[in-house]
Design a protein around this ligand. Structure first.
Ligand code: BGC
Length: 871
């Protein structure tokens, strides 16, 4: 089988597809299909068990497999199988198949939103007094346990659970957990849209009494969120709520729906409180044994109440949810001040699973989480108001296992206090959580430093691509900052298939755009935050840049068309706000080149540069979408803005106003200077870097351009020197100080000054890791030729540097797997999937190759040529 990775709207086998006209995509292995392929869809009849063909289409050579819009009237709660039929030149069958299912597709829910029948203040769990509450956690109420039962009298051929929460939920059927997703339904702008999940639970329903039990915690809905000090919790609502529909199809053709309604019962259980930022408290003594089982007597539980709360509409999830990525063992246990500090050897996002042995009844075990140690003690000052503390009261059993389910921490170290028995290393593990985006890239390099850098980038992505793309996972923030997202998106796409993940986020970005075209700096923008509404330069531009990157990466024109109105509206917003030309008004918080060191690039220069960048990309998008008038209009607007940029920011002496590295980087990367004025800019950039002893100064925005621009002006040698730099400030500096993720700031910790200001110092922020795309594109040579989208034309022009040799990278492009290899002994190879070509540029060789594997040799290279003239 050589067609693979069959996806519907970027997802493998969705069960809750909720829109008509889905996009089908697949990849190829081997030599690929000889002629056209047929893609087909069959619809299932649950009662008769038969399949009927509802759609098929022949795909031409060109863009087959990359984005095939399918159209037939999808039915709600339908089950479909689909596939592609093709043969290769040798007549071998390449066909492959998959399946998916639809959700409500706009049909009304029969279920009601339900919540506990009284307000937060009226619930006092019996155990609360044993775990000391703080000012913040005093506010949190126990999660709700909802349950109902019904009789499964007839034979069931299909059972599907459609479920969501205002909060986060975990469900079970007759005591067996449903699915293995975490923190569902994830975070969206709940005022606009709440996602639901669907699960095939046919195997969980045995004849007789069946119990449906769901725990719902505050989560993003009613827990603490972000850092609005005036109002942390209760952002969207005041208590968690549940909605669920169990759809049963019987063998005799009848159907039945078990909906959440006022007949369900509700009670708090052994979870005393659960909050994403603060942590989770359990009291094992009050566990309601068997509450998820059919036979449990719930007659003393009050009935749930049907909610009158308004929120956004329910729709099927657009991307795969958060899942457990891996379990990491403890590396070391250190005893200190009566507690044990566990080092997991990796800054990660998730939670601790702990088994205690012979822990005294009524004793309280507390876990605190931190990214760093300070003089051997857990360092938590940088968490700000996030308590990141999990506690439980022991029941006094021989062994007891504790693992929170509705919280999440960013940590490398956990401090465990209150143990009354011994702790063995195997009793404590870290459970790593991430949005379950399929991995796409591997990058191996003959430099331990760069290898660690790549791993740090990947770990940063894992921890921060969690429900939404966040800035950081540990402190009271964890927001979908738009600049962080746009700057890292392409690196993200090399490491994982993020098509669905970022499309889902873009849906919220588009939803947050107001009538004037303005977008906020954070998405979703928490309801009570009032400081982020005016997209800043480089931040709001995510509305243009992210859709463009997704188009270049995945080649789906339909997706670009869908985002085009948002892209255009943003550019028009900036234009209307600045009738005189350059972007000087409505610059929002104008953060500039955020967290640069020693140099501050004039924020209005950054604004003008991003303004031009967005207009350029919009003109390009218009070109691809054949919006000819727009293309012409925006190209001429860009020309006009460039003239003004040159007038205002390019000095007669050949310098850029401000004379900062980032200023030159933007001017060179985005063609902001006329061709005949580029050379002095390139020379000055190099001079500035060299004067500092090959050190950088850029912050979040400039850093993404630094190494690519140096490569583009013929200074790969300087790019490699910066890559391998270990003096402050550099990636290497943090790595030599033990970094296992990308730090928010170059000086998050320095030998000279210790920790940076606790007010803003995360050790897991991916923005400065946006250098990752250059590693794949330039160091490994897996890049696209100018004008190529979806990796139709690869440009294999790797940066051959002995210090990095050997380099091998693989990348699951949307057409199939690409592999690139080179070493300094003069060997290189590239492997391409069907429907692609590569322009190969190696020392002394230039050629064009097609699908398959190709080997090359070139003269061994032992050092960089010393003379290089910027071009
Ligand atoms: C966030 C950044 C964000 C910045 C904007 C910080 O608090 O962590 O990632 O882009 O604010 O100023």
């Amino acid at each position: 089988m050589t067609a693979y990775a069959l996806c519907v709207n970027g997802r493998r086998r969705p069960l809750e597809l909720d829109e008509q006209r889905p996009t089908l995509t697949w990849k190829h292995r081997g030599t690929g299909p000889a002629g056209p392929q047929t893609v087909w869809v069959d619809e299932h009849d649950a009662v008769s068990g038969t399949w009927t063909r509802v759609w098929s289409s022949e795909c031409g050579q060109e863009e087959r497999s990359i984005s095939v819009p399918a159209s037939w009237p999808l039915a709600p709660f339908g089950r479909y199988r689909w596939g592609v039929d093709a043969v290769d030149a040798a007549g071998e069958d390449l066909s492959a198949g998959s399946d998916f299912a639809t959700g409500h597709l706009g049909t009304p829910w029969q279920a009601s939103w339900i919540h506990r029948p009284h307000l937060r203040e009226a619930v006092t769990p019996p155990a609360a007094q044993l775990i000391p509450r703080t000012f913040q956690t005093a506010y949190s109420a126990p999660p709700s346990q909802f349950r109902t039962t019904f009789d499964a009298r007839k034979e069931i051929v299909s059972a599907r659970l459609y479920i969501s929460a205002r909060g986060i939920y975990q469900a079970s059927i007759s005591g067996v957990r449903v699915g293995h997703d975490e923190l569902t339904p994830g975070w969206t702008d709940y005022r606009r849209r709440i996602e639901y999940q669907a699960y095939d639970v046919t195997d969980l329903i045995a004849p007789g009494r069946v119990a449906l039990a769901v725990t719902v915690a505050d989560g993003w809905w009613s827990g603490y969120l972000g850092y609005n000090t005036r109002r942390h919790a209760d952002q969207y609502g005041t208590r968690p709520e549940l909605i669920a529909e169990l759809h049963l199809v019987h063998a005799d053709g009848t159907k039945e729906v078990v909906p959440s309604d006022a007949s369900w019962r509700e009670s708090p259980g052994h979870i005393v409180m659960a909050d994403l930022l603060m942590g989770e408290y359990h009291d094992h003594r009050f566990a309601t044994e068997g509450w998820e089982d059919p036979g449990f007597d719930d007659s003393a539980w009050p009935r749930a109440e049907v909610s009158a709360v308004e929120s956004g509409a329910l729709s099927g999830q657009l991307a795969d949810p958060v899942r457990v990525h891996s379990i990491l063992p403890a590396q070391t246990l250190t005893h200190r001040d009566g507690a044990v500090i566990v080092d997991f050897g990796q800054n990660l996002v998730g939670r601790v699973r702990l088994t205690v042995r012979g822990q005294a009844r009524d004793s309280v075990v507390t876990l605190r989480h931190g990214e760093m140690l300070h003089d051997g003690a857990l360092y938590t000052e940088n968490l700000r108001t996030a308590e990141a503390r999990d506690s439980f009261v022991a029941r006094g059993l021989r062994t007891e296992t504790f693992e929170p389910a509705f919280t999440l921490h960013g940590f490398r170290y956990a401090e465990i206090g209150g143990l009354t028995g011994p702790l063995r290393p195997e009793d404590v593990t870290a459970v790593v959580l991430t949005s379950d985006n399929e991995p796409t890239g591997t990058f191996q390099v003959g430099s331990a430093l760069v290898d660690r850098l790549q791993r740090n980038i990947a770990w940063g992505q894992r921890g921060n691509y969690l429900a939404v793309p966040t800035d950081c996972p540990q402190r009271d923030e964890r927001l979908g900052w738009t600049a962080d997202t746009q700057i890292f998106a392409r690196t993200g796409a090399f490491n994982a298939d993020i098509r669905a993940f970022l499309t889902r986020w873009l849906d919220d970005l588009a939803g947050a755009q107001d009538a004037s075209g303005r977008v906020p700096d954070v998405v979703p923008n928490p309801p009570t935050s009032d400081n982020f509404s005016d997209g800043a330069p480089g931040w709001g531009d995510a509305a243009v840049i992210v859709p463009w990157i997704l188009y270049e990466e995945y080649g789906d024109l339909g997706m670009l068309r869908r985002h085009y109105p948002m892209m255009r509206a943003w550019v028009e917003y900036v234009r209307r706000s600045n009738p005189d030309g350059l972007w000087t008004r409505n610059v929002g918080n104008n953060y500039g080149d955020w967290l640069s060191v020693d140099e501050i690039t004039p924020p209005l220069l950054v604004a003008a540069a991003y303004q031009i960048r967005s207009v350029d990309l919009l003109a390009l998008a218009a070109h691809h979408l054949s919006e000819t008038e727009d293309e012409r209009g925006y190209a001429s607007l860009a020309g006009e803005l460039r003239r003004r940029f040159a007038e205002r920011f390019l000095q007669a002496d050949g310098r850029v106003v401000g004379d900062t590295q980032t200023g030159y980087l933007m001017a060179l990367a985005w063609g902001l200077a006329p061709d005949d004025r580029r050379l002095p800019l390139a020379e000055r950039l190099v001079e500035l870097i060299e004067q500092r002893g090959n050190r950088l100064t850029s912050g979040f925005l400039g850093i993404n351009l630094l190494l690519p621009v140096l490569s583009s002006i013929g200074r790969d040698d300087l790019a490699v020197a910066l890559l391998l730099q270990t003096d402050y400030p550099s990636w290497g500096y943090s790595i030599e100080r033990g970094a296992t993720t990308i730090w928010e700031r170059w000086d998050g910790y320095t030998t000279e000054h210790g920790f940076q200001d606790v007010a803003m110092n995360s050790f897991n922020h991916y923005s400065l890791g946006s250098v990752g795309e250059w590693l794949y594109r330039r160091v490994a040579g897996i890049d696209q030729a100018p004008g190529s989208v979806g990796y139709r034309t690869v440009e294999f022009a790797p940066l051959i540097a002995p210090e990095l040799s050997p380099v091998q990278a693989t990348f699951e492009s949307p057409r199939g797997r690409i592999m690139a290899f080179w070493d300094a002994d003069g060997r290189a190879s590239i492997e391409l999937p069907p429907d692609t070509t590569a322009i190969v540029r190696l020392p002394g060789t230039g050629t064009i190759v097609g699908p398959g594997r190709h080997e090359f040799t070139f003269p061994p290279l032992h050092a960089f040529r010393t003379e290089r003239t910027p071009s």
